[in-house]
Design a protein around this ligand. Structure first.
Ligand SMILES: *Cc1c(COP(=O)(O)O)cnc(C)c1O
Length: 225
């Protein structure tokens, strides 16, 4: 009869974090995507020195943030589709928004941030390949909007975010990530939020400054939604 594997053979959060930290270059930061995981997992990661967390649904995130209110200085990033009617609540709860996918949304965030005396960092989500499942600017649209994008204060436009569609080869993903890096550079933007559990090494090779990792860090998400 097969014995269960010894406990030390299972990847632990501490082990995964340590391995990632060893492999990420100094210019690439780790956004721990805690969506689908309970607050206790965030608490555990925070105790291991991880402070930046990504969430994609406001309601789920808000509940967790309230449970973690005793922890100082967690850095929350919103990475999901942002509906206009959630803009104010997202601004109050997140210091960085990766998923600004239209000029109308950017301007709405700008107006509300000014009212709330907030100056969040924002990234524009760009779609470099057709992908009906995802939102995002067309790259040409971002170039054409450059003058308008310089007028977004108090939003601090820091960079671009992209998600590689399913079904690309590793080489095709690298080409896509390179296009994102090139567009950010052309716009004078520092941040490229690119790379998830299945493709972060390719994104890092092309100049990602934020990898957004969920399952590579925390395992399968127990909470579906
Ligand atoms: C869920 C999610 C991630 C993390 O996905 P994993 O494959 O679990 O690493 C990253 N970015 C966005 C936008 C997501 O929604």
């Amino acid at each position: 009869m097969a014995l269960p594997p010894p406990a030390e053979a299972l990847p632990t959060l501490a082990g995964s974090l340590q391995a990632l930290r060893a492999e990420l270059p100094s210019g690439t930061r780790l956004l721990a995507v805690s969506k689908g995981h309970p607050a206790g997992v965030v608490r555990q990661a925070a105790a291991l020195g991880q402070h930046s967390f990504g969430e994609s649904r406001l309601q789920e995130a808000a509940a967790k943030q309230d449970q973690l209110a005793d922890l100082p200085a967690l850095d929350w990033h919103f990475i999901g589709r942002l509906q206009a009617n959630k803009a104010r609540a997202v601004l109050r709860r997140f210091g960085t928004i990766h998923s600004v996918d239209s000029l109308a949304l950017a301007q709405r965030l700008q107006r509300i941030a000014a009212e709330e005396c907030l100056a969040p960092a924002v990234l524009l989500q760009v779609k470099f390949r057709p992908d009906p499942a995802k939102a995002g600017f067309d790259p040409a649209e971002v170039r054409a909007l450059e003058p308008a994008l310089e007028q977004l204060a108090p939003l601090r436009l820091r960079g671009l975010m992209t998600i590689a569609p399913l079904g690309l080869t590793p080489e095709e993903r690298r080409t896509l990530f390179r296009e994102c890096r090139d567009l950010a550079d052309a716009l004078g933007l520092e941040e490229c939020s690119m790379g998830m559990s299945g493709d972060w090494r390719e994104a890092v090779a092309e100049g990602s400054t934020w990898v957004r990792l969920g399952s590579a860090l925390f395992g399968q998400r127990p909470i579906q939604g």
